[in-house]
Write a protein that binds this ligand. Structure first.
Ligand SMILES: [Cu+2]
Length: 300
């Protein structure tokens, strides 16, 4: 190894360590700040710079995957920046008037091919693990069927009795104290804490998307198709989400609100809901292929 490579490597190493030290310090600060911002679990908070706080195992995994990627990104950025600075300082015209004629270095070329491949493999393994966690539905304790409409959501509880209800945003002038603007709804979804909730998502008109950040759920609501996902809320409270597929003029005004309660409160809510929503219209039916002969014959 020629002496300039050795000294460049030494400089780069020192520089890299310095920047890495600074980056770790900054990251610690950022994470401490995020701790404060994550007070908005279930809804966004002012000056929030991180993901919303986790309230389900899937969202906890999303958080760890995100943090893991952040460390890799910082490493790559710091290394590339250090190399750029070393090159700019050591090999400018003043410092290095007679440039080397070197054009190939097998070791470096193999390294800059193999190292990125290893980084991608290291990212792919936890990434696939997370995808399987999200998409491989565990045995559910209850099912909630979600239908997206222009511009509100309606919900059915097929395991808990024949009732369904619409959930519409509370207008700003009607907000009660504590209700967040553009997120509060008139009829909240209620689910028991620590139970595995399967959600079946569809739409009655155009494509919507059912998204609840703190549960790590985002799934498209497509007319004529039933998508499935799941969550297990680990903390009681109210969690807010929004439609996440541009679906028309009131796309921004069809929030989702899920209240997580104890098992006994849930049972009480179900019996109350059965009466409250008994008078409501029949559940929205989504077209499933061509109508049968009887349906056509019985049509008015
Ligand atoms: Cu929508």
């Amino acid at each position: 190894m020629t002496s300039w490579i050795r000294s460049a490597a030494r400089n780069a190493a020192g520089f890299f360590m310095g920047i890495a030290g600074g980056a770790v310090g900054f990251l610690a600060l950022a994470m401490a700040g995020a701790g404060v911002a994550a007070a908005g679990t279930g809804q966004p908070s002012p000056w929030q710079i991180n993901l919303q706080g986790a309230a389900s195992p899937v969202m906890e995994s999303i958080h760890s995957f995100h943090d893991f990627l952040l460390f890799i990104i910082i490493g790559v950025v710091v290394l590339v920046l250090a190399l750029l600075i070393v090159v700019a300082l050591k090999f400018n015209e003043k410092a290095n008037p007679v440039p080397s004629r070197t054009t190939h270095n097998t070791l470096i070329e193999v390294a800059w091919t193999v190292v990125p491949v290893l980084i991608l493999v290291a990212i792919a393994i936890p990434s696939f693990r997370l995808l399987f966690l999200e998409l491989d539905l565990p045995k559910a304790d209850l099912t909630v069927k979600v239908t997206g409409h222009q511009w509100y959501w309606s919900y059915e509880y097929p395991d808990n009795g024949p009732f369904s209800f619409d959930s519409l945003m509370v207008a700003t002038e009607d907000l009660k104290p504590g209700q967040p603007r553009l997120l509060a709804v008139d009829n909240e979804v209620v689910v028991p804490v620590n139970k595995i909730v399967r959600i079946q998502v569809t739409a009655a008109d155009v494509i919507h998307s059912f998204a609840l950040p703190s549960f790590g759920v985002k799934i498209d609501a497509l007319p004529g198709r039933l998508n499935e996902s799941w969550f297990q809320a680990t903390k009681e409270g109210v969690y807010y989400g929004q439609c996440s597929e541009l679906c028309g003029k009131d796309h921004a005004f069809m929030p989702i609100s899920i209240r997580v309660v104890s098992e006994s409160e849930f049972t009480a809510w179900v019996s109350e809901a059965k009466q409250k929503f008994a008078a409501a219209d029949l559940p929205t039916r989504v077209a499933q292929g061509a109508p049968t002969a009887e349906v056509i014959a019985s049509a008015p």
